[in-house]
Write a protein that binds this ligand. Structure first.
Ligand code: 44T
Length: 849
């Protein structure tokens, strides 16, 4: 070959001989064929390997094989996932993303695997990238919202929007820096706000630490957006792991922190400050005796207050107060108690308190004592902090100031940022804070101790032996005279409803979520199910009898027997009812009590199964008539199957609305399966759900959803970064107490028929007439749950265990009375999205498919 060389020119692709190219093509087509064959045989691993080979040899085929490649990847990833081959799974995704770096479907799917395995920050990154590539990619959008709720809790928005709190922190930090505290460490920086206050106040060096990866990344972004990068050293670390000189060169003169929760200590502030005083802060004034070079902490001190309250809403979420539901007697057999427990030990999932915004608690509350001081803590006294956790529990006596039913101790605190500036988280304050709630338990007090009167006293026990401050109600000293007959009669009758566990043989404990307790207390819910199930059972029995009469008639005609000779002394088969409610449910027992019904419960927790078995026995339901469906199944994904090879279900109870106010995931898929498994005349409960909504103006919803511009954060730019984590649907909204102006009547938004899905549509436009002037910011929504044609439950009902959800509009719409707003309601995979526009003249509105 003249002048030829076997060595390719640098930068040029090697030239292949025609023969090599042909061999290559042959290999590619063989591999493609093998990949397809492997897919047919469901050998996804080998198919995946073949596709990788094809794509590396013939990148030009990318578009051609993309669909099949993705399919193979997803199938193979599922296999690897089920075998717990996590590393291999992610290696496959990495290989796939090397080939298709901008494939939003692969990115989204990898995000889903990451999320399932607990890598939430990484999952969020993948969903976010997928959305950037394809902004209307519904699955990625839903996944991102789900993970956003996890990563950036909603209270961040409330705190950042609380201008009063921000001003106070800024003032206290300014004062301290001006007084000589020149080097600052911000523990739990969140979005970096306090660090930026310190820098702006003139601190020479500011360090910040944050344990959440997402919040750390946000802080970095916010700090650069405010042109302070390089001036604030942000670290992704828990303060307890910080060391000198590894993380900071020397001890700092000021620690600022707001790592406090509603119960003050729940975020570990005592432990963090004990560590900071030992390792990160200059010695305190008490240790050095001089103030100029001493280390300091903002907040300097905290005082915790408590108050006894009567509160029906807390009561119905924490104490089972009904003796029977839907004909099932609950009393005596098991000890059903809530998840919030004074005595909960470490490692237990139970917590010593819950939280509530008392100013907005549905039904309100009545103080039964004056506020009393629980404790004070000085964050500038290292020895005191160290001693705190080893202190013995102490008892305090609090006089009763008003008669009522003792439901809970609530607590709040005053944070003394320094000796002049303080902020209170009290129930009467307008702040972002909720209060801690220590519900009173049936097992702690005697029945008579729930009813208190002036001159009685509460005996409480305060302890702080681990990270939590606990307030337990030990007993009530009864010294009050028996006065006020009316009041007493009222209280006694209320008390009669309270179940207590005193003086009984030990009962197996059964811990329920507070929403499960509220559900048990919901008499109407159970009565309505009992009625609907009863109706169905009678209609199926009647149907069966008429069929057997027809059969009798036919067979007697065929065999020449007399019609009076009945076949029906053979007892008919039992009916089969399946309850696939999430969590604890006694609907299966209610069904079983109807007689000749074999009920299957999908309750999973062992404690719950035991409780149901005991309740069944106590209610005269024989063992074989109550079965646990999950133990019948080989895989819990196969929850909807026939009860037995030759049997079908008479009823399947689907729990279609979550307590949060959202439609349960995969409801329609479950309903479709359930429909195929029903005997003729059988039903799904509910058969249909209808969603309602209304236009409202609610500033509170806005405050909870996004930082409202630079003003609340005192001119610093925080909003653009954190608002990326805004989600369009708020859950656990209580429409009865949500501060809002109603701008329309409730309107029907959407209907989902689970029995006859033919008429369901995926999206619909609804025109709503405005009844008051204002700014439409949100559309709260709820449901009517139709068990059958005449029996219906509303998720908005008073005393229901359900809360509502609300869709926030992208941009508020200013409206006048008489205007029309068109809502576009879309339903995708059980998730709802709502967008709104003002109806212009000539804009038709109406339903579309
Ligand atoms: N929520 C209150 C609690 N951190 C506030 O990762 C009030 C709840 C609340 N970082 C409704 C309303 C409200 N080292 O980002 C968090 C957290 C971080 C640490 C490094 C440490 N030792 C810690 C400890 C915590 O600090 C940030 C703030 S914790 C504040 C909790 C509005 N529901």
């Amino acid at each position: 070959m003249p002048g030829g060389s076997t060595r390719p020119h640098r930068g040029r692709r090697p030239r292949r001989s025609a023969g090599a190219q042909a061999a290559r093509n042959e290999l590619v087509s063989q591999s493609l064929e093998s990949a397809q064959q492997c897919l047919v045989n469901q050998d996804y691993g080998t198919a995946f390997a073949h596709y990788l080979l094809v794509l590396s040899l013939a990148p030009a085929l990318k578009d051609f094989v993309k669909e099949s490649f993705r399919f193979t990847l997803f199938q193979w990833a599922n296999v690897l996932g089920s075998l717990s081959r996590v590393q291999d799974l992610f290696d496959c995704y990495e290989q796939a993303l090397d080939l298709f770096p901008d494939d939003e479907v692969i990115l989204n799917s990898m995000g889903e695997h990451l999320f399932r395995m607990g890598f939430k920050d990484e999952a969020a990154g993948h969903f976010y990238k997928a959305l950037k590539l394809k902004p209307d990619f519904t699955e990625a959008k839903e996944n991102f919202y789900r993970v956003a709720n996890w990563l950036v809790e909603r209270w961040h928005f409330l705190m950042l929007n609380d201008k009063k709190r921000n001003v106070k922190y800024q003032e206290a930090i300014q004062k301290a820096v001006k007084a000589g505290c020149d080097t600052v460490l911000d523990i739990g920086t969140g979005t970096g706000l306090l660090s930026m206050f310190a820098k702006k106040a003139g601190a020479s060096k500011v360090y910040a630490c944050e344990l959440s990866k997402t919040m750390y990344e946000l802080a970095c972004e916010v700090v650069s957006a405010n042109k302070m990068e390089g001036e604030i050293d942000i670290m992704h670390i828990k303060s307890l792991d910080m060391e000198i000189p590894k993380h900071i060169p020397s001890r700092v003169s000021l620690v600022v922190t707001e790592t406090v929760d509603a119960g003050l200590f729940g975020e570990g502030i005592v432990e963090s400050l004990v560590h900071a005083w030992k390792h990160l802060l200059l010695p305190s004034q008490g240790q050095t005796g001089c103030s100029s070079q001493a280390g300091r902490v903002i907040p300097a001190m905290a005082t915790v207050f408590g108050m006894a309250v009567e509160c029906p809403e807390i009561r119905r979420h924490h104490r089972v107060g009904v003796q029977q539901v839907g004909g099932v007697c609950l009393e005596g057999a098991v000890c059903l108690h809530g998840p919030v427990n004074y005595n909960s030990d470490n490692g237990d999932s139970e917590e010593p308190y819950t939280t509530e915004r008392m100013s907005r608690v549905p039904g309100g509350y009545t103080p039964l004592s004056e506020p009393f001081q629980v404790m004070t803590v000085n964050f500038n006294e290292p020895e005191e902090l160290e001693g705190l956790c080893c202190q013995k529990p102490c008892r305090i006596t609090v006089p009763v100031s008003k008669s009522g039913i003792f439901d809970a101790i609530i607590s709040w605190f005053v944070l003394h940022l320094d000796d002049e500036i303080s902020l209170s988280t009290g129930p009467e304050e307008e702040t972002c804070w909720e209060q801690a709630v220590y519900p009173v338990h049936n097992s702690l007090l005697n029945k008579s101790e729930f009813l208190v009167q002036p001159k009685d006293s509460f005996i409480l026990e305060v302890s702080c032996q681990d990270t939590y401050l606990r307030i337990g109600s030990i007993s009530v000293i009864k010294e009050g005279p028996l006065t006020d007959v009316d009041n007493e009669a009222k209280l006694c009758s209320a008390l009669a409803g309270l179940q207590t566990t005193q003086a009984r043989t030990p009962q197996p404990p059964c811990t329920l979520e507070s929403s499960e307790i509220a559900l048990l207390n919901n008499l109407h819910y159970h009565d309505v199910f009992k009625r609907a199930l009863g109706k169905l059972v009678s209609s199926l029995r009647a149907r069966c009898e008429s069929q057997s009469r027809t059969l009798d008639a036919n067979s007697s005609r065929d065999c020449g027997k007399s019609q009076t000779e009945p076949r029906s002394n053979v007892t008919p088969d039992p009916l089969y009812v399946l309850d696939v409610s999430e969590g604890f449910s006694v609907l299966s027992l209610i069904a079983a009590k109807l007689g000749r019904v074999k009920a299957y419960s999908s309750v999973e927790k062992e404690q719950h199964q035991t409780a149901l078995k005991i309740l069944a026995e106590a209610n005269g339901v024989s063992k074989e008539m109550l079965q646990f469906w999950m133990s019948h199944l080989e895989e819990d994904t196969a929850i909807l199957q026939r009860p037995a090879t030759d049997k079908l279900w008479s009823a399947v109870i689907l729990d279609c609305v979550e307590t949060s106010g959202l439609i349960r995931e995969e409801l329609l898929e479950k309903a479709a399966l359930a429909r195929c498994l029903l005997e003729p005349g059988g039903r799904i409960f509910p058969g249909r759900i209808v969603m309602y909504g209304m236009l409202v103006d609610s500033d509170v919803l806005l405050q909870e959803s996004a930082v409202q511009g630079p003003e609340p954060t005192l001119g610093l730019r925080v909003a653009p970064s954190i608002n990326r984590f805004t989600v369009p649907v708020h859950i656990f909204v209580d429409l009865t107490t949500l501060p809002s102006v109603h701008l329309s009547q409730p309107v029907e938004l959407f209907s989902l028929d689970l029995m006859y899905p033919g008429s369901n549509c995926r999206s619909r436009e609804v025109t709503v007439q405005v009844c008051a002037p204002g700014r439409v910011t949100a559309v709260p929504f709820w449901y009517d749950v139709h068990l059958d044609d005449e029996i219906c439950l509303s998720t908005l009902a008073k005393d229901s265990h359900w809360k509502q959800a609300a869709a926030l509009l992208n941009e508020p719409i200013q409206v006048r009375e008489g205007d029309h707003v068109v809502l576009c309601v879309c339903h995708h995979k059980s998730s709802i999205s709502i967008t709104a526009r003002r109806q212009e003249t000539g804009d038709p509105g109406g339903a579309f498919q």
